[in-house]
Design a protein. Structure first.
Length: 281
């Protein structure tokens, strides 16, 4: 009688069950040391192949073989689900990034008084998300999951994610500006220092170049604010040189400087202007 599940080990001179060896959680002779009772072999095999555990393992084995033949393994099904989830999240994040970008371009505030969906004062960002969900089925499903608490541990709607997206967009913009400055090579720097509402000193950095893209024209690029710990010309000059070095812009290509009227900025002896001229005169 042919038994497809039966294996013989010449080394152990014993019989083993293939399907139970792989799929059974029980430790028996047919899965551990093997069956070598040759005197009662026939009766033992007949009894074993009708046992509940063996029949269960045979079923699992045959189902796996059928899935392998049809290409429908559990791993493949799981991978398909993971891929669908990846595509869905990519679509959600693409939409959220586009909303942040749209609001940032128009200088509109993102946050409101709350971060709760479908409340009157939750800010421009969440209101745009709610609007998109009215027309986009993926975003609608996403907000339904968020409200049910099944989206994930992080819904990607909080202010931390908004700030992270803004930082990433800022890095890309700065990188493009630096490429433009390097292509123009020579530049002028415009600096102005003023306190903000919290009385923290803010040093604005603007770089002016003659762009050579298509028809030559003058461009002024705002490179951000620096927060000086001291207001001395030496400290401010060091901050500016360090920032230019971080951006990969060589200061020796600077051909002009513009400042406000403060002595620590334009002073000819100890001001920022004098300190920078020491590095590039």
């Amino acid at each position: 009688m042919a038994r497809s599940w039966l294996m013989y080990s010449m080394q152990n001179n014993s019989l083993f069950c293939f399907c139970c060896k792989f799929f059974s959680k029980r430790i028996i002779h047919f899965t551990s040391s093997g069956m070598a009772n040759w005197k009662h072999e026939s009766a033992y095999l007949t009894s074993y192949e009708n046992s509940p555990e063996h029949l269960r393992c045979m079923k699992v084995w045959k189902e796996l073989a059928a899935r392998l033949r049809s290409g429908e393994t559990i791993d493949k099904q799981e991978m398909a689900l993971l891929e669908a989830e990846r595509v869905r999240w990519r679509a959600v994040l693409t939409c959220l990034i586009a909303i942040v970008q749209s609001l940032a371009i128009r200088n509109l505030a993102l946050r409101g008084h709350t971060e709760t969906l479908f409340t009157p004062s939750n800010g421009n960002f969440l209101k745009e998300v709610e609007l998109m969900a009215r027309f986009d089925p993926i975003m609608k499903d996403y907000l339904n999951r968020v409200e049910r608490g099944t989206a994930s541990h992080n819904s990607y709607l909080g202010h931390h994610v908004q700030n992270e997206v803004i930082d990433l967009l800022s890095s890309k913009i700065i990188s493009a500006i630096v490429d433009d400055i390097k292509q123009a090579k020579f530049f002028s720097i415009i600096l102005d220092c003023t306190p903000d509402r919290s009385h923290t000193e803010q040093l604005s950095v603007v770089i002016r170049v003659v762009s050579l893209m298509e028809k030559p024209h003058i461009k002024e690029h705002f490179m951000g604010f620096l927060e000086p710990e001291e207001s001395t010309g030496q400290h401010l000059a060091s901050m500016i040189l360090m920032r230019l070095e971080e951006l990969g812009i060589p200061f020796e290509d600077c051909r002009g400087q513009s400042y406000d009227n403060g002595a620590n900025m334009k002073g000819k002896n100890k001001g920022v202007q004098a300190r920078l001229l020491e590095n590039n005169s």
